[in-house]
Design a protein around this ligand. Sequence first.
Ligand SMILES: Cc1ncc(COP(=O)(O)O)c(C=O)c1O
Length: 381
Amino acid sequence: MVDIAERFVDLPAGIKPFLAAPPDDVIRLTVGEPGFDTPKEIVDSAIKSLEQGNTKYTRSEGSLELCTASAKRLYERYGIPATPESIIITPGAKQGLLYTFMVTCEPGDEVILLAPAWPSYDIQCRMLKLNPVHVSVKNDDFHPDLSAIENAITDKTKVLVINSPNNPTGAVYTPEEISGLLDIAIRHDLWLVSDEIYARLNWTNWEHLSPSSLKGGAERTIVVTGWSKSFAMTGWRIGLVCGPEKVMKAMGKLQANACSHIPSFLMDAAIAALDSKINDDVEFFKQEYLKRRKILMEGIGLINGLSMPEPEGAFYGFVDISETGMDSTTFATRALKEAKVQLIPGGLIDGGEGFVRISYACDEESLKEGLARIEEWLKPN
Ligand SMILES: Cc1ncc(COP(=O)(O)O)c(C=O)c1O
């Protein structure tokens, strides 16, 4: 009987099983999605664009207007030397990452991931017959361990993937760490893939730093980002890749033959999101996340057996549950059944055993109630 490709047979499901919609009485602290509506100006511009007839095929890299606005934004905000030609607008950052692995690697190449890493990197690598190599971050603050990374490099290593602010740990790498990571990529002649999708959600007192903005960075860094998290636009599926010319030329051919382009009328909405008018919305979202982050830190502090390094960015807390004596899957399974709270077990992610991920992107009431339920559940008898 004819069968599917072998590499898809045992492909891990990632965190998906714990993201399934639970019964109504369950509080979901799982979903990595802003608990806000997309700002109205953005929605209106998509509607207007549709009404104006932007329903035809267009430039596959993304409209020149959108690529120009995106390049300007990347340069002005982060010092990334982007040009309209160095940008491709993709159906979400996720697909941008898949393209990135496709155009930079050959089957059998090794890709270094800083564990625990967002699970799709690992799964995408496996889909392409690449070998993900998980190098643990430091276990007290989830920051990169530069010498461990250096030790993991072999003659098959092609790519180093970094993600700051980080999902699932909430770590934000310091400028020194970012330049140390770039230095490793330069010395070992690697591509540096920098997933900067949470760049606006940084709660530290150091600025988000893109390796692409540093000397020697732009020629080997591929920045992947998108509209989902900053602008509450997860369902719109708009992402961006910005990289060196040869990468982007190859990716242009790839996207043209894979999906042509994102929906034409969404390009105007993506431009509207970059307008300074939307800054107030983004600032409002940020202030709300900060409030929820405080609730999370205070709540975890009250719960018997749980601890968590301060979440520095994005909207996740990575909570140490090891003192409870449960492994993370048991913890999350029992929390769902007994406390009626849905959490992501860290054990589903390489290097994440002993932790659960809590998203504080949900509304404040759900977060408070979810934490109260966990506290009650773990109270000693
Ligand atoms: C680290 C990271 N990168 C990329 C993505 C994908 O974002 P998009 O919605 O643009 O595909 C996510 C979404 O959860 C993420 O957490």
